[in-house]
Design a protein around this ligand. Structure first.
Ligand code: SF4
Length: 63
């Protein structure tokens, strides 16, 4: 499972990093994915972060 943050949509709220800091980081004012592909044991949190993004900037593929 691979995750992507749309840099044009991200508003830098930091929610994804709070929910899943192993996968999402805020090096500046936009979130970055730091672990791709996401290992199985981190996928539930990463999916929760995707669900919790207020602007729908996070997406994933199942490859
Ligand atoms: S939750 Fe969404 S809008 Fe907020 S920092 Fe993460 S990707 Fe950006």
């Amino acid at each position: 499972m691979k995750f992507t943050v749309d840099q044009n949509q991200c508003i830098g709220c930091g929610a994804c990093e709070s929910i899943c800091p192993d996968v999402f980081k805020m090096p500046d004012d936009k979130a970055q994915v730091i672990l791709n592909p996401v290992p199985e044991n981190r996928q539930p949190d990463a999916l929760a972060a995707e669900d919790g993004c207020p602007v729908g900037a996070i997406s994933h593929t199942n490859d």
